[in-house]
Design a protein around this ligand. Sequence first.
Ligand code: PEP
Length: 251
Amino acid sequence: MRKKVIAGNWKMNKLAADAKQFVADAAGKLPKSENVEAIVCAPFLYLPELVKQTEGTDLKIAAQNMHYEENGAFTGEISPSMLKDSGVTHVVIGHSERRQYFAETDETVNKKVHAAFAHELTPIVCVGETLEQREANETNSHVEKQVRAAIAGLAEDQVAETIIAYEPIWAIGTGKTATSEQANEVCTHIRQVVAKNVSEKAAEQLVIQYGGSVKPANVDELLAQSDIDGALVGGASLEVDSFLQLVEAGT
Ligand code: PEP
């Protein structure tokens, strides 16, 4: 049985006091359940402090990005070992906003995924199509290309531990959610791609999240689908009450 994984992606939001208050409230009120994992993906600046705050609780803290190099002349970047040192457990890789605004490519995503595993960080790898690609019937082929590139060269057990977030770009921050059937169709395709290219075992263990305007009102239907194992959530993760409702839905 795969766990449900609910990850809140704050993006570039919140000042320190608000971030700390959220984490204190959320960690204190998380539902006690073996079936769900709750993660907050926070801006770099707050990570060590938030990790300290969550010690002894079930709330996990993640970064939203990292560089793939160990150290060196990369002004403004954060390395995988810095993240590991901060105590975070997960890192979001290849979010569509990073692909769109910061020139992330399938190649850099793959390098980052390898770097994450080299530092015992669990990658949450984002894939998803544009509206034009969906309308041109290219969703499956595009997502397949992104998934295969992201996991290239990984060992079977690493693929099994990877979290893939299927996020149709047209549904992110737009209020437009893919229907649960549309979302599940692509998540099923992702699992089949992994089964064909890696193994049935890795495909069976792989956690696949859906992301794109997930909120308390639609989360139950999405999580009820056969191949959706959680959600990566932007807007609705900024308020502690709605974040907790989303986690509760995964229990
Ligand atoms: C996201 O940030 O990955 C996301 C899916 O955002 P939203 O939930 O706001 O659409």
